[in-house]
Design a protein around this ligand. Structure first.
Ligand SMILES: [Zn+2]
Ligand SMILES: [Zn+2]
Length: 239
């Protein structure tokens, strides 16, 4: 087959996958929220409709670069994604996941701080913060400009850092689940973990909730390292 049709097909398929993944994951956790916190979504119907609309637009912005890279991996041998478990030592498998999460976290922290500069906030990031309080549907509720800053990260990293295809799947699963659950307004992890020493370095719902409550703190994605280093960590909200 010609390159163009297969490339288009890959971009469309990836957009559908990202969109359906969003609907399934956010739908699941939104449903759990109504079970766990009855009334939490009361009066939020029009906000939730907006969150879903922006998120589905983001799905295309995430899906197209991902589709192009997936096509290049399959048809042109692009990227450093590998499929043979023996290609690199086994200890590298967890390390690669940590490298991806740390790199994404670093990119997110600094672009997120930039998005809170007055002009960038008005132009783009206000869309994400229009969710008050955010719900599980707000996971990808971004202005297209902000979605673009997020969409390039993993497609760029696969050219730089070797990763097994299954570990890449794990990274994407963590990204999806944390993106959704950090916005749902309640903590799904046990208190013993959230308030442990390890929990003090991890970002879960009550950390990101505080960002949505107070704006100028708690900018991180997965880890509290940058927030702590830069003095922007204000701890957890009471959710
Ligand atoms: Zn958020
Ligand atoms: Zn923000």
């Amino acid at each position: 087959m010609d390159a163009i049709p297969t490339l288009l097909l890959s971009a469309v398929a990836m957009t559908l996958i990202v969109g359906l993944r969003y609907l399934a994951t956010s739908g699941l956790f939104a449903w759990l929220t109504t079970r766990r916190r009855p009334g939490a979504h009361a009066g939020l119907a029009s906000q939730i409709r907006r969150e879903i609309g922006w998120s589905l637009a983001s799905a295309a912005i995430y899906g197209v670069p991902a589709g192009v890279v997936a096509w290049g991996w399959q048809h042109r041998g692009w990227t450093r994604i590998y499929a043979d478990w023996q290609a690199l030592p086994l200890w590298y498998l967890p390390l690669s996941v940590l490298l991806y999460l740390s790199a994404h976290d670093t990119w997110f922290y600094w672009t997120h701080r930039w998005l809170h500069a007055p002009r960038a906030f008005r132009l783009a990031h206000a869309v994400h913060h229009a969710s008050r309080p955010p719900t599980a549907w707000a996971a990808m509720s971004f202005h297209p400009l902000e979605a673009l800053t997020g969409a390039v990260v993993i497609p760029a990293l696969v050219f730089l850092i070797p990763i097994h295809a299954a570990m890449l799947g794990l990274v994407l699963a963590i990204m999806t689940v944390m993106g959704v659950t950090n916005h749902m307004g309640w903590e799904m992890f046990p208190r013993a973990l959230v308030h442990s020493r390890l929990g003090g370095w991890l970002i879960t719902a009550s950390h990101h909730q505080r960002h949505h409550d107070e704006y100028r703190c708690n900018y991180g994605l997965y880890f509290r390292v940058w927030d702590r280093l830069c003095g922007t960590d204000r701890g957890l909200s009471s959710c």
